[in-house]
Design a protein around this ligand. Structure first.
Ligand code: FAD
Ligand code: EPU
Length: 338
């Protein structure tokens, strides 16, 4: 096993934060992971699994072992007239899995195109965008418990998926390492145009009977117009989750802000766009030192170059305080602060 010391993580996190790990190892198979666990390398050290580093903010050097999950492989493992079940290695780039499915007209994840990162990280926060979530097509995942090395397959009902959340972000945080994921896609797919921006863009393009390829193209162009490209400007997508509030809270809010937009959430609650709350607090496009909010989407915090993780975190805390003081709403981080 090739374990490297004092390894730079700068190009391995999309915020581009200049930190390093005491130890770094890249794995390409479940067997290699088993070897690491059998040798007790994780038992004596703090450790972290890293995928594409697109949902992480490092605030200091990592004093432990970083395991980069690069397990490859996409395979159709089961197929009938209506469905295809696909298994992908945890290290597969999520967007290449989306493209693989769209090319074959396998529907169910086309609205999740261009989400950065790996397949293995997708269940962690149940990735979602433009009307689809991972859980909609998820069948099961397999991985290893770090402490014992034992293997387990989790079926959907065991994963406790909800908005940007799962068991792997809670009870199993830093306990379980995902090695592969299975999804069930539709071979005669219906398109999901429930998100207003998607519907509007299809109308503008006069596409009346969209295919999943059309939808993925439209989502791609919306995303490219709105979100900063991490290769050019460091960021980790939405820094905060959209807060979910009660109807009562919404009513209160509407007295002062009748224009507030909402999205439906579970059990009669509503989701308020955090971007709107942040903009109303005057943070849109603001910059403090090398960190700031993106000019067209203030929910995305950016590294304008050379920002430390602490600088980004301080900015996030200031925004959080302002939103709480103005609206009485607690924003929650979506990004994992390490
Ligand atoms: P990492 O950042 O490497 O890791 C994230 C967390 O998962 C860490 O806690 C890590 O330890 C853990 N982890 C990673 N792999 C494994 C594994 N194999 N086993 C166990 N734990 C693991 N997210 C959305 O949901 N919707 C969006 O629309 C979206 N848009 C984005 C746009 C941009 C420009 C960016 C930069 C990010 C966006 N994100 C979005 C966030 C991010 O892309 C997702 O959360 C993605 O799933 C993270 O994948 P990753 O491989 O980079 O994970
Ligand atoms: N808005 C503003 N000001 C702005 C931008 C947006 O007020 O400058 C308001 C508007 O009312 C707009 C609403 O916010 O209608 C929603 O904006 P947008 O469509 O950009 O989506 P979002 O809620 O900000 C969420 C996800 C994204 C996902 C998109 C599309 C979260 C935390 N974020 O963003 O996911 O791509 O919807 O589904 O749920 C991510 O998780 O990293 C991420 C990028």
């Amino acid at each position: 096993m090739n374990i490297k010391k004092d390894y730079s993580l700068k190009s391995l996190n999309t915020f581009g934060i200049d930190v390093s790990a005491d130890y770094f190892v890249e794995i390409f198979s479940k067997e290699e992971l088993k070897e690491i666990l059998n040798e007790g390398i994780l038992s004596n050290n703090t450790w972290l699994v890293l995928g594409g580093g697109s949902n992480i903010l490092f605030i200091s050097d990592f004093k432990g072992v970083v395991i980069r999950n690069s397990i490859p492989g996409i395979e159709i493992i089961n197929e009938d007239d209506e469905h295809a079940v696909i298994e992908a290695g945890a290290g597969v780039i999520w967007n290449s899995l989306v493209n693989y499915c769209v090319e074959r007209n396998f529907g169910g994840i086309e609205n999740l195109v261009l989400i950065p990162g790996t397949v293995g990280a997708a269940p962690i926060q149940n990735i979602g965008a433009y009307g689809q979530e991972l859980k909609d097509t998820f069948v099961e995942l397999t991985g290893l418990f770090a402490e014992t090395g034992s293997e387990k397959t989790f079926i959907k009902s065991e994963c406790n998926f909800s908005y940007r959340n799962s068991i792997f972000k809670n009870e199993l945080k830093n306990k379980f390492i995902i090695t592969s994921v299975k999804l069930k896609l539709k071979k005669n797919p219906d398109v999901n145009t429930s998100y207003k921006d998607v519907k509007d863009e299809l109308t503008r393009l006069r596409i009346t009977n969209p295919t999943i390829k059309d939808v993925s193209n439209v989502v791609k162009s919306i995303r490219e117009g709105k979100l900063p490209d991490p290769d050019k400007t460091g960021n980790a997508g939405s820094f905060f989750k959209n807060p979910i509030v009660t109807e009562g809270k919404l009513k209160e809010l509407k007295k002062d802000y009748p224009d507030v937009k909402t999205f439906t959430a579970e059990e009669g609650k509503v989701k308020i766009p955090a971007a709107w709350l942040i903009e109303k607090c005057g943070w849109k496009g603001k910059r403090i030192g090398n960190a700031g909010t993106h000019t067209t989407q203030p929910l995305v915090l950016v590294n304008y170059g050379g920002a430390s993780g602490k600088e980004v975190l301080d900015l996030a805390d200031k925004i959080k305080d302002d939103v709480y003081n103005k609206f009485g709403i607690q924003l929650e981080f979506e990004v994992n602060v390490i």
